[in-house]
Design a protein around this ligand. Structure first.
Ligand code: ADP
Ligand code: ASP
Ligand code: MG
Length: 451
């Protein structure tokens, strides 16, 4: 069997879903399990609904709910031919409207939007879209079976960034899915959302539908995990910034992980974990043209490949620099620093040590005054906010001379606040001013791919 995950743009309207039904039909011999994201922008709309409600702005929440429902109704009317299916979906959308409005009223009254309630809002996006895709498949004669992820995707209660409890997920999936596949059914379920043991909806972080596709594939021992999106696989740079980037044919799990961790939006970084653990290849494919060969992420890379496979960036970083009060050895405050980061669940994206000083690159959201405050007993902590990280990725870069020189040439004479090389053999990174990141990405791309 295989898992096929379709992203928001791949199901954004009736035409897109029609393409998806064709893609699934062509894969029927491989026994697919289909994982669906919310339609494009629906999750952002749900976030706005939650926030408007939390601010007591009932009119804005209501308007956003209506727009979202209308988009789904338009899709159903254009897509579904069988009257019975159309009617069921219309009812389901109307019920969703009632639930969303009730939820919004509750939040408006309390003027408080908790992470748990936000997850309740979020869940409607995938519930709606997966219903529609399942019905569209049935409408074209494919025996699809809609599955509610609450029946198997059990997570912890870390709302907004929940983690699956894998032994439960695996046990339930193995009970539910193989009989369906055996009966020739195509299970269709939701990405991104899960449920706590006590039955509250959770989400596993924005963009995590890719991860759902992969963890379901891992649990069921899939032959391949397919991620269908709106580009032909991973490119040498973000196509929204660089004109005509080149397709990367193969990536190792480590390369794909670092590329996405350091900003390439095409895949959620966690996608690689279940796939790598079971050695299942991930194929990133273009739903706009399924005949094109995409990018394969696997352990085996034919022929090694170029030193740098792709350049990436993220704009949301800050550099935290720590200097101890006295020139003690680092071991005196090392544990304290880690303790503070761990307590606040702040992830050190990169870290450097020079004698007794430490510099840490954090997501800006993690680089809070609160962290500085918590560290002030042991060191002077300084935060440089609003920076951006440029990163070149490629497993072969350590074997090729001159990569750092070329990387720095692309950075040019701009200030560099942090440089990282060595901790990972697969990547080279620099933190620079956010205002110049896009032009620097273009220079780095030109340096590595168009000379
Ligand atoms: P989906 O909705 O299918 O999950 P996403 O929008 O999350 O799709 O991811 C696909 C998008 O990622 C592409 O449209 C592209 O703009 C962006 N992207 C950023 N960096 C890269 C890259 N290196 N290679 C391919 N796409 C990239
Ligand atoms: N719909 C969710 C989001 O927009 C999950 C995903 O698309 O991967 O974040
Ligand atoms: Mg995505």
């Amino acid at each position: 069997m295989i898992t096929m995950k379709f992203g928001g743009t791949s199901i954004q309207d009736a035409d897109a879903i029609t393409r998806v039904t064709g893609i699934v039909r062509a894969s029927l011999p491989k026994s697919p399990v289909v994982v669906i994201s919310a339609i494009a922008q629906a999750t952002n709309a749900l976030e706005k609904i939650g926030k408007s409600a939390g601010e007591g702005n009932a009119a804005a929440a209501k308007e956003e709910i209506d727009t979202l429902l209308r988009r789904h109704i338009t899709i159903v009317n254009r897509l579904i031919r069988t009257e019975g299916l159309k009617k069921d979906l219309a009812e389901y959308i109307a019920e969703t409207g009632v639930s969303l409005n009730n939820l919004a009223s509750g939040v408006e009254m309390l003027r408080e939007l908790t992470p748990r309630t936000m997850d309740a809002f979020y869940s409607f996006g995938e519930l709606l879209s997966s219903r529609i895709v399942a019905a569209a498949l049935v409408d074209t004669g494919i025996s699809a079976q809609w599955l509610d992820s609450k029946d198997f995707l059990v997570t912890d209660d870390n709302f907004n960034r929940a983690r699956p409890i894998m032994h439960i997920v695996e046990e339930r999936l193995l009970k539910i899915v193989p009989p369906l596949l055996k009966a020739g059914k195509v299970p269709v379920t939701q990405g991104f959302i899960g449920v706590t043991v006590s039955g509250h909806r959770t989400t596993m972080g924005r963009e995590s539908s890719d991860y759902t596709g992969s963890l379901i594939g891992g649990a069921l021992g899939a032959e391949a995990i397919e991620i269908w999106t709106d580009v032909t696989g991973v490119l040498t740079a973000d196509p929204r910034i660089v004109e005509n980037p080149i397709q990367v044919k193969h990536l190792t799990f480590a390369e794909a992980y670092e590329l996405t961790y350091f900003g390439a939006k095409v895949l959620h970084p966690s996608t690689m974990h279940p796939a790598e653990a079971r050695n299942i290849p991930i194929d990133i494919l273009n739903s706009l043209d399924p005949s094109l060969e995409g990018t394969r992420v696997s352990t085996v890379i034919p022929g090694g490949g170029p030193a740098v496979k792709s350049v990436t960036y993220r704009k949301d970083v800050s550099v935290l620099t720590l200097t101890p009060m006295k020139r003690h050895g680092q071991y005196i405050f090392w544990e304290h620093i880690y303790g503070v980061l761990t307590e606040r669940r702040a992830e050190a994206l990169l870290m450097n040590t020079a004698e007794y000083r430490v510099a840490i690159v954090l997501k800006s959201a993690d680089a809070s005054e609160d962290i500085r405050e918590a560290l002030k007993d042991v060191c002077h902590a300084e935060i440089r906010p609003g920076k951006a990280l440029l990163c070149a990725v490629g497993e072969n870069m350590v074997n090729v001379c001159g990569v750092p020189e070329r990387f720095l040439r692309a950075v040019g004479s701009r200030p560099v606040y942090f440089l990282s090389l060595g901790a990972s053999p697969n990547s080279l990174a620099a933190v620079i001013d956010a205002e110049v990141i896009e032009e620097t990405v273009r220079r780095a791309h030109a340096e590595f791919f168009t000379r």
